[in-house]
Design a protein around this ligand. Structure first.
Ligand SMILES: C[S@@+](CC[C@H](N)C(=O)[O-])C[C@H]1O[C@@H](n2cnc3c(N)ncnc32)[C@H](O)[C@@H]1O
Length: 221
């Protein structure tokens, strides 16, 4: 990811989020959501990956640290690190969360995390969406000791916004299988009152969530 930071598509993306921040200030709108409720509905799903109490948490594409606020409001005391490509977000994030760290990917080179969250980061259409998605997921999972939890827009919809990027959940499942055998795919929720879920979430675990029973040699009855 660090090598891709100066690509033209990233400059466009940085300008896009800067402009949202300038227009809307530190709000859900600067993070490109239509409401705080829908932003937090996504968090509600992603954080179900595990108990985050005391965990080393990375929020990749953290914006102004809304996930950190969400966790704090729910009494989750974790070691949170927020990473973003848009440095303009950091002063807002640091002012709200002086006890947490915020910076660019390069600032935390080599560090490991228990849980890594990625919400809304894959949604903007770019020239190289699929490469960005696979490269990002792969490199984040390498840094993960517990699980990677992320969302993306699903192709299982009746309308696609031309400015957004969609991927088939089954394709994501197949790709994650190249990284780990232990996967949860969630397409059982909506973030707005509508019948068709237009996004899905995935948890990629290092170890099985359900360990399975220990096999013991029982004498035949
Ligand atoms: C839709 S916003 C979501 C923000 C936050 N995750 C949330 O859910 O409130 C996407 C965020 O991802 C960041 N982002 C996009 N591409 C990135 C990259 N290559 N590296 C780091 N951050 C990136 C954007 O700057 C923006 O803050």
């Amino acid at each position: 990811m660090s090598t891709a930071l100066n690509e033209p598509s990233n400059q466009t993306l940085i300008e896009h989020y800067r402009s949202l921040l300038n227009s809307h200030g530190d709000t859900f709108e600067a993070a490109q959501y239509s409401s705080r409720a829908s932003q937090e509905a996504r968090y509600d799903i992603l954080v179900q990956v595990a108990d985050l109490q005391g965990a080393r948490v990375m929020d990749f594409g953290c914006g102004t640290g809304h996930l950190a606020t969400y966790l704090k409001e729910r009494g989750v005391d974790c070691q949170y690190t927020g990473i973003d490509i848009v440095e303009d977000f950091f002063p807002y994030a640091r002012a709200k969360h002086p006890d947490h760290r915020f910076g660019r990917w390069e600032d935390f080179e080599g560090e490991r995390f228990d849980y890594i969250f990625v919400s809304g980061v894959f949604n903007n259409r770019m020239p190289d969406n699929e490469a960005f998605f696979t490269n990002t997921v792969k490199r984040l999972f390498e840094r993960c000791d517990g699980a990677l939890s992320f969302n993306a827009m699903s192709t299982w919809v009746d309308f696609q916004d031309p400015g957004l990027w969609y991927i088939a959940p089954e394709k994501v499942f197949a790709f994650l299988k190249t990284l780990t055998p232990y996967i949860t795919l969630r397409n059982d929720y909506v973030v707005k009152r509508m019948p068709v879920p237009f996004e899905f979430a995935a948890y990629a675990y290092r170890a099985p969530l359900v360990a399975g029973p220990e096999e013991t040699e029982e004498p035949a009855a």
